[in-house]
Design a protein around this ligand. Structure first.
Ligand SMILES: Cc1cc2nc3c(=O)[nH]c(=O)nc-3n(C[C@H](O)[C@H](O)[C@H](O)COP(=O)(O)OP(=O)(O)OC[C@H]3O[C@@H](n4cnc5c(N)ncnc54)[C@H](O)[C@@H]3O)c2cc1C
Length: 447
């Protein structure tokens, strides 16, 4: 465009054209000049806004320098310094309010997971694997919180949190529901009634003896404690009970470490339990409350997984955007080509839609199954698509490890699988809404 036309177009932009409006008209125009990131941050409640800023700084300073190498060689780095640094900054204790944890109380009472979700997005933007290493711990902590049981709080939850909050010493917890023949089946009710769960708990004086194998346990090899869901001997999944197993207990064996396609810097291991005696005081909540607890944990955790997916997509988008700003083709920057602009706009819009859904889902004290699964499915599908678009924009550079986009693509793929595949999460939406929106009764009632 000619310079004089460019200047006129600039004058027509709303931030300049609004000068023609009267004072009240100007008041109604949002003419802020800021990045997409700042625009989003501004709508968050105060505490979440603060955590978003802190998490971005931490992710850039502590996660970014490790990311590429940790992805290439997951067993070649020591996760302890990163876990300690995150703990000292309060990132490992966001499921409880100050002074016991680090979440802001007013925001937490309105929205239990929003502070964690914004942190998850920032960590995942830099690296899915290191992000999961730090965030997986919350999945292990959630059963203690959601047990709603005073004994569990006093004996287990608070001590772990106080140690981390006041001394900066992190205790890594893992969450173990998946078994070799029961993955999806322990994540939705229809499957659960026929689930082939084989980890059992046999009563013995003073406690229970656990036997069996759990698989794909995130952070399993680095965990200090694992929350294990087991059937009482001779019973089915209805008897599932939650046990807090210390990894130093006799009979806890870390089996195969999985070699993964994405989120490689975090561990996923088989955990074998051979006659592990667990004292009665390590039962989380009540006997037989494991299924309800598991269901509740997943409903709380899926929006956080959705936020992680969002981070993978955003990481790919930001790297592609930088590439398009820095790369020239036929004398023009890539970002100046209209079709590249459309593609980038489409990516930004998709991420925005997913973020709105995730934040809407988090904006409640209680978790809602239909909303949680919806956010998880939409954000993870969006992330994979956006990563794909980023790779297409970048051509061969998108395919190279050092640009980090193929890593985001591999990382995002996992968010469609864990915490229930997206197929199972779709079922969960229907299951939750069946009586109100899908059953024969509702049409007869004219709903
Ligand atoms: C890297 C990684 C980390 C993980 N971390 C943990 C962890 O920390 N703790 C933990 O307990 N678990 C963990 N998991 C397990 C994860 O949640 C399960 O892998 C997941 O739920 C899928 O179960 P599955 O692999 O057994 O698949 P399957 O259940 O065998 O499913 C295979 C396919 O069948 C489809 N399918 C299954 N049932 C139905 C149905 N009824 N209708 C239609 N389609 C169906 C699925 O969608 C899928 O496409 C992890 C998994 C991975 C890969």
């Amino acid at each position: 465009m000619k310079p004089e036309l460019l200047e006129r177009a600039e004058q027509l932009k709303i931030r300049n054209a609004k000068k023609q409006l009267n004072a009240f008209g100007r008041l109604l125009v949002d003419g802020r000049e800021c990045t997409l990131w700042d625009l989003d941050t501004a709508v968050l409640p105060r505490a979440a806004r603060k955590w978003r800023k802190r998490a971005r700084r931490f992710a850039r300073e502590e996660i970014r320098p490790l990311a590429a190498q940790a992805d290439l060689d997951p067993h070649g780095y020591d996760p302890a310094p990163l876990l300690t640094a995150a703990s000292k900054k309060g990132f490992q204790t966001l499921l409880l309010v100050r002074p016991f944890g680090s979440a802001g109380i007013t925001t937490f009472l309105k929205s239990t997971t929003i502070q964690l979700a914004v942190v998850a997005e920032e960590f995942a933007t830099e690296c899915g694997g290191l992000g999961l290493l730090l965030l997986g711990h919350n999945l292990g902590i959630a059963p203690l919180l959601l047990a709603g049981h005073v004994g569990t709080y006093l004996r287990h939850f608070l001590p772990i949190y106080l140690k981390a909050t006041w001394l900066g010493k992190s205790t890594v917890l893992s969450f173990a529901i998946t078994e070799p023949a029961a993955g999806s089946d322990v994540e939705s009710c229809d499957g659960a009634v026929q689930a082939k769960v084989t980890v059992t708990a046999r009563p013995e004086k003073g406690g229970y003896v656990l036997n069996g194998t759990k698989v794909f346990i995130t952070d399993g090899a680095v965990a200090d404690k694992i929350v294990v869901y087991a059937c009482l001997e001779g019973e089915k999944i209805d008897s599932w009970t939650c046990f807090l197993v210390d990894t130093s207990m006799s009979g806890v064996i870390v089996g195969r470490h999985e070699r993964k396609m994405g989120q490689r810097a975090s561990d996923a291991s088989e955990i074998i339990l051979e006659d592990v005696f667990v004292p009665r005081r390590n039962i989380i909540g009540k006997l037989r409350s494991g299924w309800a607890n598991n269901h509740n944990v997943l409903n709380f955790s899926r929006p956080v997984v959705a936020a992680m997916a969002l981070g993978h997509g955003r990481g790919a988008f930001e790297r592609a955007l930088k590439f398009c700003r820095d790369t020239t083709l036929a004398g023009k920057r890539l970002v100046d080509y209209p079709d590249v602009q459309y593609e980038l706009a489409d990516m930004a819009i998709s991420l925005w839609a997913a973020r709105s859904m995730v934040w809407r889902c988090c904006a409640s004290f209680r978790a809602n199954q239909a909303l949680s699964s919806t956010a998880k499915v939409f954000a993870s599908d969006t992330a994979v698509r956006v990563c794909n678009q980023a790779m297409e924009l970048m051509g061969d550079a998108g395919y190279l490890h050092r640009f980090g986009v193929e890593r985001a693509w591999r990382d995002s793929r996992l968010t469609q699988i864990y915490e229930g595949t997206n197929q199972i999460n779709r079922y969960d939406v229907i299951e939750h809404q069946w009586d109100y929106d899908f059953s024969k009764d509702c049409s007869e009632k004219g709903l």
